[in-house]
Design a protein around this ligand. Structure first.
Ligand code: GTP
Ligand code: MG
Length: 141
C-alpha cells in the first residue's frame, strides 16, 4: 500500500483542528500508520525544509514550524501521495478549492495547516526523516 507523510502544523494544533483533519484523512481512505505529537527543534525543522533554504520566507517558515507542537503522520492508502495533496488543497488557502483542508482551516500561505509529501520519493525520505521503521505499522491485509 502506498505511503505518504503529513504534518498537522502548529496553527491546526492550537485551533483544535487536529481531530477534524485526522477524521478527513480516514474518511478519504487514508489510514494512520504512524503518529507522533512533538515540538520540532530548529535543527530538525531546518533539515526538513532544506530545499527551501534560499527562499525569502525560510526563517519565517522555520520559526512557525517550531512555535508549537505538530502532529507527524505516516498515512497509507491507495494513491496516498496524490490523494493527500488533493485533500490538502493549494499551498495558499486563498487559491485552495472549496472543502479542502487548507480552505477550511488555513490562516495564510505560511500558517497553512498541513504539509503533504509531493512525490513517492519525497514521502519515503520524509517518513524516514521522522520515524524509525519499527514505529510504522505494518499492514496485515
Ligand atoms: P508543503 O506541503 O508544506 O510542502 O506545501 P507545498 O508543497 O504546497 O508548498 P511549498 O513546498 O512550495 O512550500 C513549503 C511551505 O513553505 C508551504 O507549505 C508554506 O508553509 C511555506 N511557504 C510557501 N510560501 C510561503 C510564503 O510566501 N510565506 C511564508 N511565510 N511561508 C511560505
Ligand atoms: Mg512542498
Amino acid at each position: 500500500m502506498e505511503k505518504t507523510f503529513s504534518i498537522i502544523k502548529p496553527n491546526s494544533v492550537l485551533d483544535n483542528n487536529m481531530g477534524n483533519i485526522i477524521a478527513r484523512f480516514e474518511k478519504e481512505g487514508l489510514r494512520i500508520a504512524a503518529a507522533k505529537l512533538t515540538t520540532l527543534s530548529k535543527e530538525k525543522a531546518e533539515g526538513f525544509y532544506i530545499e527551501h533554504k534560499e527562499r525569502p520566507f525560510f526563517g519565517e517558515l522555520v520559526s512557525f514550524m517550531t512555535s508549537a507542537p505538530v502532529l507527524l503522520l505516516c498515512l497509507e492508502g491507495e494513491n496516498a501521495v496524490d490523494k493527500n495533496r488533493e485533500i490538502m488543497g493549494a499551498t495558499n488557502p486563498a487559491d485552495a478549492a472549496e472543502g479542502t483542508i487548507r480552505k477550511l482551516y488555513a490562516k495564510s500561505v505560511g500558517e497553512n495547516s498541513v504539509h503533504g509529501s509531493d512525490s513517492q520519493a519525497a514521502a519515503e525520505r520524509e517518513i524516514n526523516y521522522f520515524f524509525e521503521a519499527s514505529e510504522v505499522m505494518e499492514r496485515w491485509n
